[in-house]
Design a protein around this ligand. Structure first.
Ligand SMILES: [Zn+2]
Length: 441
């Protein structure tokens, strides 16, 4: 493997990929999808490449590298779309793909065009070295991840799952962290995610004139119901994934935090650590069902009592919370027949990818080899990713970004000045080569 050539290729390829503006909405991923298809063909990775168009202008690439038909494929995926970027705030324009100061700059360099380039370069270099893949590999690049995947991964899984039927799924969702859980590098592998319940509360009352207030004002009814919900947060609870996760992180911390975190499944330890865990928004989200009140719509004129008021709440449930139980709890808090609950969107329970698989082992081995001293831990993802479409159907889907982010980088994905260091990009290529070889060669 000629590292210099591979490095230059990875940098130039990512720089080009970033220049396709795939801001979603609207996405318009087709030109980027066609370019990716050409990359797969030109690099000699495979000739079996199909482009689907789940909705007008939305390209979805599916490529197969053949192997032994008796083995189920490894499915490697990334998404083509990115979130919006305001160019006035950036050091280098977000769709320029500028290469400067040892970084490739631009929207998508961390989330997650980098992963697509890592897969391309790793596959090509292995095939050029005449590595033979026994296990088939499916390479996919999907549109529409950033707005929920209904025209991307959800469409693919609903229409083509039997033909895909993967042994393991490797997608985005986590990666290496430095200086976040202590000084040491910790690699998270996403194995589960929280369930989405986007709900609308609608209160109705009696309209009237503001000069004659009465006790059936829809605004007041809704406000009081919301107050009862927000005043009683759901309990902190250590689910199996969080227990494993905190146990690994505990090993990197000083006493007494180390003891607390390693034994968090004990109710006493949880009580002792509760205040600190709840004060941090990330640990809070990993240990309880959360509710965020994000939209309020009520009234239209200062002297008119409204007859209808709405609120939208973003509820995220732990993988093992039963949605029906949560809804019962919510109605008990509301305790008012004038307030109805409507579901805007909900996801099925996540499912949890097992830790005792060759995939998890291959990731652990790659981390040990290329980031000596780093730990690997299973991660519960507070947000939603495309992995849920596989996990909810019982497939072992993992989120793993083969790169190391520092604390100051955490706001760059979806933020300003997104960029990846050339070193990080190469770390990804090396790890991907090892993982692909261990699982498929
Ligand atoms: Zn992403």
């Amino acid at each position: 493997m000629d590292e210099q050539t591979i490095r230059a290729d990875a940098v130039a390829t990512l720089s080009r990929y970033v220049q396709f503006d795939t801001t979603n909405p609207p996405g318009k991923e087709m030109p980027a999808a066609e370019w990716l298809r050409d990359q797969l063909l030109r690099r000699g990775i495979t000739n079996d490449v199909t482009i689907y168009e789940p909705a007008p202008g939305r390209g979805l690439v599916l490529a197969r590298i053949p192997g032994n038909a008796a083995l189920k494929p490894l499915f490697i995926n990334h998404h083509l779309d990115v979130v919006a970027a305001d160019p006035t705030q950036w050091t280098h324009p977000p769709f320029s793909g500028a290469v400067a100061d040892g970084f490739v700059w631009g929207r998508g360099t961390l989330d997650i065009k980098n992963l697509g380039v890592v897969f391309l370069v790793a596959l090509e270099s292995l095939l050029k070295e005449r590595v033979h893949f026994r296990r088939p590999i499916i390479f996919s690049a999907v549109p529409d991840e950033e707005t929920g995947g209904s025209q991307g991964m959800r469409w693919l899984v609903e229409n083509h799952l039997t033909a895909l039927d993967p042994e393991w799924v490797w997608d985005e969702g986590s990666g290496g962290f430095k200086g976040i859980f202590g000084p040491q590098v910790m690699f998270g592998v996403a194995v589960a995610e929280k369930q989405i319940q986007h709900l609308r509360l609608v209160a109705t009352g009696e309209p009237g004139h503001g000069s004659l207030p009465h006790n059936n004002n829809a605004n007041v009814t809704l406000l009081r119901a919301l107050q009862r919900i927000l005043d009683s947060p759901r309990p902190l609870r250590v689910n199996a994934t969080a227990a494993e996760m905190f146990q690994s992180i505990g090993g990197t911390q000083k006493f007494p935090t180390s003891i607390l975190l390693r034994n968090l499944s004990s109710p006493l330890m949880l009580r002792l650590a509760a205040q600190r865990l709840a004060a941090d928004k990330l640990t809070n989200a990993l240990l309880r069902d959360t509710i965020s009140l994000n939209v309020l719509k009520g009234g239209y004129k200062v002297n008119v009592i409204p007859e209808r008021t709405e609120a939208e709440i973003d509820c995220r449930l732990l993988p093992d919370t039963a949605a029906e139980e949560f809804h019962r709890w919510l109605r008990a808090r509301i305790a008012d027949k004038r307030v109805k609950v409507e579901t805007i969107e909900s996801s099925p329970p996540s499912g949890i990818a097992p830790l005792d698989t060759p995939f998890y082992k291959a990731v652990t081995n790659a981390v040990r080899r290329h980031a000596p001293g780093a730990e690997v831990f299973p991660l519960l993802v507070p947000g939603g990713t495309d992995g849920r479409y596989f996990r909810s159907r019982g497939y072992a889907a993992y989120g793993f970004g083969p790169m190391i982010l520092e604390r100051q980088d955490m706001s760059r994905p979806h933020g300003i000045d997104e960029r990846i260091s050339v070193e990080n990009l190469m770390l990804g290529v090396k790890m991907a080569r090892d993982i692909l070889t261990e699982l498929c060669a």
